[in-house]
Design a protein around this ligand. Structure first.
Ligand SMILES: Cc1cc2nc3c(=O)[nH]c(=O)nc-3n(C[C@H](O)[C@H](O)[C@H](O)COP(=O)(O)O)c2cc1C
Length: 175
């Protein structure tokens, strides 16, 4: 049997009472239904509070390093905080470098308002390019997350998964 593509889904906020968790669980479930191995990864598990760059050996980030070393890509589900990304997400991302290279990244934004975190999605594109990742054109913007209705997103997720499958396969073959 062909091995499934491994695409961790990283939930980008550790905030108490976070609503983004609903979107992250949904995205992970949808990717699994589409045939990916898509474990949900929680920044709370790496809430070290200070930046630990990849050249500093760190027990705290060992499992993240191991997982991303094996991964075929990454999906980030992040709320928008003051038009940017949560600091704890950036700390987790900044803990690695080589493990991300030449892999696709799909970015999903979350907000309580109507824009679905569109500004954080754009910011994360720029950050992930510096990891030599390939951001998908397809994105998912979860708006009005307090009244989350998953059916609204099913069509968009399908396109997102198709692009992810193509890009992850192409890049895996090329690496
Ligand atoms: C510190 C902070 C800053 C925020 N800034 C924004 C923002 O810039 N744009 C926005 O659409 N929502 C903003 N929000 C509201 C979030 O969209 C809302 O909390 C939503 O539920 C997603 O975040 P959560 O996973 O923390 O719940 C902010 C929330 C917090 C806690």
């Amino acid at each position: 049997m062909e091995n499934k593509l491994l695409i961790p889904v990283l939930l980008g906020t550790a905030r108490e009472g976070r609503q983004s968790e609903k979107a992250a669980i949904y995205v992970s479930e949808q990717l699994i239904a589409a045939g990916f191995d898509a474990p949900l990864v929680d920044v709370r598990d790496y809430a070290v509070g200070v930046t630990t760059p990849p050249w500093i050996p760190s027990e705290a980030f060992a499992s993240w390093k191991e997982l991303m070393g094996r991964a075929d890509g990454l999906v980030i589900v992040s709320p928008e905080y003051n038009h940017g990304y949560p600091g704890e997400l950036k700390i987790v991302l900044d803990s690695l470098m080589a493990e991300y290279a030449r892999k696709p990244v799909g970015i999903c934004g979350v907000s309580s308002g109507g824009f679905g975190g569109v500004r954080v999605v754009e910011q994360l594109r720029l950050v992930t390019i510096n990891f030599q990742m390939v951001p998908l054109k397809a994105t998912i913007q979860f708006s009005n997350i307090e009244t989350f209705e998953s059916a609204k997103y099913d069509e968009g997720v399908k396109k997102f998964c198709e692009e992810l499958q193509w890009m992850a396969t192409a890049l895996k073959n090329a690496r």
